[in-house]
Design a protein around this ligand. Structure first.
Ligand code: ASP
Length: 343
């Protein structure tokens, strides 16, 4: 059987840390991965490593997302799959952004990281990395990749990346996929959920859409949000998109000042997307008066999208020059499996 080739792109984060002789945490050398973990040699895989400047992922920017997307695109023809090692704090944002930026993706791009540094005995990084490599190289009987998606593997579960959020700063199972079952579950065997894994619709070359528009803000509602603060956020010069984290099924105050402030920015051409603060379920603005008012003034329904997916999708659509009804339609349509329309 042909040896698979996998490119590991190392971007930084906890996974890349090991202890030196003095006991201090220093960067782990992924070039020596096969010496560190001889078991990798049994996988029938050639591994190459591309090291980006290592950062704590709290410092990630849309420019980094573009750099990462281009590293994968530039190497796309030479590898069967890609493993991206990333800090956990913003991994879901980066992975969601890439899921939108890649057009015609037909190979696995598996994000992973760890909660405990690689150089600590009890690390979760080793298992996460080795299984991510296995997932990235897995093929069916015809040699087609089993997971041709941007996915995120963490602690025995493979998720569609744009469905994930980091939900624990402590647990080793740090990620959740609030509204979609795992694409695969890893126990003694790897059990794939084939029916929900997206397969490429067309056989076209990979394209990277890298003009992201960062004139986007997130506003999370809370009881006590004052008129002054709300209006100040909406009047930030130059904003073109707002992700509004509302209550329950997409509900918000019906106070006139609140509705008028939103209506004002929508009339100025700002796209306002409604997603829920809840950790499960979806926005359905017609259910309550408090949601229906938002629908009436042109707030876009984000259905069951995560904050990470909503904000990166909005940056991407605005970056493609979309606006008005076209943007509203695309925002509320599943383009990369990031949402499910409940109604
Ligand atoms: N602060 C780190 C980061 O996101 C945490 C981690 O990697 O788990 O880069």
């Amino acid at each position: 059987m042909k040896k698979a080739s996998i490119l590991i792109v190392y971007t930084g984060g906890t996974i890349g840390m090991r202890r030196n002789e003095n006991g201090t945490l220093v960067p782990f050398d992924f070039n020596s991965i096969e010496q560190e973990f001889p078991a990798v040699r049994t996988l029938n895989v050639n591994i190459s490593v591309h090291k980006m400047e290592a950062i704590d992922s709290s410092n990630v920017t849309p420019e980094r997302w573009c750099e990462l997307a281009h590293i994968i695109a530039d190497n796309y023809g030479n590898y069967d799959g890609f493993v991206v090692l990333h800090g956990t704090d913003t991994m879901s944002y980066t992975a969601s952004a890439l899921s939108f930026m890649f057009e015609n993706l037909a190979k696995p791009v598996i994000f992973t990281g760890s909660q405990i540094p690689m150089g600590i005995l009890r690390t979760d990084g080793r298992e996460n990395l080795i299984t991510a490599i296995e997932l990235a190289m897995a093929t069916d009987a015809e040699g087609r990749p089993l997971v041709p998606e941007v996915a995120l593997y963490f602690q025995n579960r493979l998720f569609r990346a744009n469905r994930t959020s980091k939900h624990s700063a402590e647990a080793l199972s740090a990620f959740e996929s609030r509204n979609l079952a795992p694409l695969a579950e890893v126990g003694v065997n790897i059990v794939y959920n084939h029916s929900i894994i997206k397969k490429p619709e067309v056989c076209e070359p990979l394209k990277v859409n890298d003009s992201l528009n960062d004139k986007v803000i997130i506003i999370k509602l809370f009881p006590g949000l004052s008129q002054k603060s709300f209006e100040a956020m909406l009047s930030i010069e130059g904003i073109e998109g707002v992700v509004l984290e509302t209550y329950g099924t997409g509900n918000a105050p019906t106070a006139e000042w609140f509705i008028e402030a939103l209506q004002g920015v929508i009339e100025r051409g700002v796209a306002v997307v409604n997603i829920t603060q809840c950790h499960g379920g979806a926005v359905a603005m017609h259910l309550y008066e408090t949601g229906r008012r938002l629908q009436d003034i042109g707030v876009i329904c984000g259905y069951d999208m995560t904050t990470e997916a909503a904000v990166t999708k909005l940056m991407w659509l605005l970056g493609k020059g979309q606006k008005g009804t076209e943007l509203a339609h695309e925002m509320a349509t599943p383009l990369r499996g990031e949402l499910e329309k409940s109604i």
